[in-house]
Design a protein around this ligand. Structure first.
Ligand code: C5P
Length: 394
């Protein structure tokens, strides 16, 4: 499955670097073409001679080597995937912050190919908030992060931080390449984030949606070859380079943009937490606190999912979300029917550590054949994979 694939394997200075000899052997055995980059620190853990013998290519370490210049831009264009394994805490921090002080980092910053990161470090370094924040940044950049393994660490401690085993990395690469193009040429519309309904020039009505789930789904669709149009409300999240990104504020703006885009779409996934009510009138001036109570009159917004459900053609797939606090399953199934959706994804505010603002989510997907697909609590990136896989299977 990896025959002819061009793998740019980048090794950094972790004790787990010794396992890359096995990794290179496995990749070459599968017929992949492997070019290795090492950091200086990595050469303390495994010899470039070992790696160049196994990969059958000179290992690149410096931007300038004997009078020749390693063309970092072309390396990132040549590769089908850039695999950073093991990725140390230090390299991850530099990647997250755009630091460019060695060949590996300059290739990373100019790479146009997908990037897979396989972290390896001690438990405390892995758990440190700065590392977790850096990992989040890399995910937002669209990089795929393989989970660390819990077990015995070089320090003698036991905990999370071990690099995934070479066999596991190989397996992940294979599934990355198989699924890579299964959404090729599909047009997918995704809504995400909250909406803001203005009250006066300084105030608005909104909700706690962060936009993370919608961005994770959009990312997964893009990685799998889809042309993604994202209509997103105000968010602090970094938005990757999708085919089209439309930033809106109000439910009405989200509706108008979805109306414009939907006809050309194969799939629409409505992940946004759209306001159900908006203000009847927006005050021209800031409302003064002249009285002890204040009434603001609200009117219903149009349900975008329901509207798209009423005009959708047979070959279009429509997916909605249901965030429920009571009678979860019953409400979700009811929504599926009322809104003429093909799938409704239920997440409950009763699940601890899931939904709004969190990095994790726990979902059940109901389809219109009456099947329920239940999933464990996992990262929103992993949830996005489950969602896309479930839609594709049907
Ligand atoms: O009915 P409820 O708001 O719970 O339905 C949630 C689903 O409907 C989500 O997929 C959400 O994006 C969508 N929705 C919408 N337009 C609205 C309200 C909700 O598209 N005005």
């Amino acid at each position: 499955m990896l025959k002819g694939k061009k793998i740019l394997l980048c090794i950094t200075g972790s004790i787990a670097a010794y396992k890359t000899a096995t990794l290179v052997r496995l990749l070459v055995k599968q017929g992949a073409e492997v070019q290795v980059i090492m950091t200086e620190a990595a050469t303390n853990f495994i010899s470039p001679l070992t790696i160049s013998t196994l990969s059958k290519k000179k290992v690149l370490i410096h931007i300038f080597d004997d009078d020749t210049w390693a063309n970092h831009v072309m390396l990132g264009r040549w590769a089908d995937v850039m695999l950073i394994a093991p990725a140390t805490c230090n390299t991850i921090a530099k990647m997250a912050n755009g630091i460019c002080d060695n060949l590996l980092l300059s290739v990373y910053l100019s790479a146009t190919c997908p990037v897979i990161v396989v972290p390896a470090m001690d438990e405390d370094m892995w758990m440190h908030l700065s590392t977790q924040r850096n990992i989040e940044h890399l995910q937002q950049f669209g990089n795929l992060i393989l989970p660390v393994v819990t077990g015995e660490l070089a320090s003698g401690l036991f905990g999370p931080g071990r690099m995934a085993e070479p066999e596991k990395i190989l397996q992940e690469l294979e599934s990355f390449f198989t699924k890579k193009n299964d959404l090729q040429n599909k047009n997918i519309l995704i809504t995400a984030g909250p909406t803001q309904e203005p009250i006066d020039p300084v105030r608005y009505l909104s909700n706690h949606s962060s936009g993370k789930m919608g961005i994770a789904i959009a990312n997964e669709c893009m990685v799998r070859g889809a042309k993604v149009t994202l209509v997103i409300g105000p968010t602090n999240q970094k938005i990757p380079n999708f085919n089209k990104v439309i930033q809106i504020q109000t439910a009405e703006e989200m509706l108008q943009n979805c109306k414009n885009e939907f006809a050309n779409m194969d799939v629409a996934i409505m992940c946004a937490a759209v306001a159900d009510y908006t203000t009847v009138e927006v005050s021209k001036n800031k409302i003064k606190k002249n009285s002890s109570t204040l009434q603001i009159e609200l009117k219903r917004t149009k349900d975008i999912l329901k509207y798209l459900g009423s005009i959708k053609k047979e070959n279009q797939i429509l997916v909605g979300f249901a965030l429920e606090t009571e009678n979860e399953e019953q409400n979700a199934k009811e929504k599926l029917r009322q809104k003429n959706a093909d799938f409704i994804i239920l997440n409950s505010l009763n699940d601890k550590g899931a939904a709004f603002g969190s990095n994790n989510n726990k979902i059940t997907i109901f389809d219109k054949d009456g099947d329920a697909h239940r999933f464990e609590l996992k990262s929103k990136e992993a949830v996005a994979i489950d969602i896309v896989n479930t839609i594709l299977k049907k």
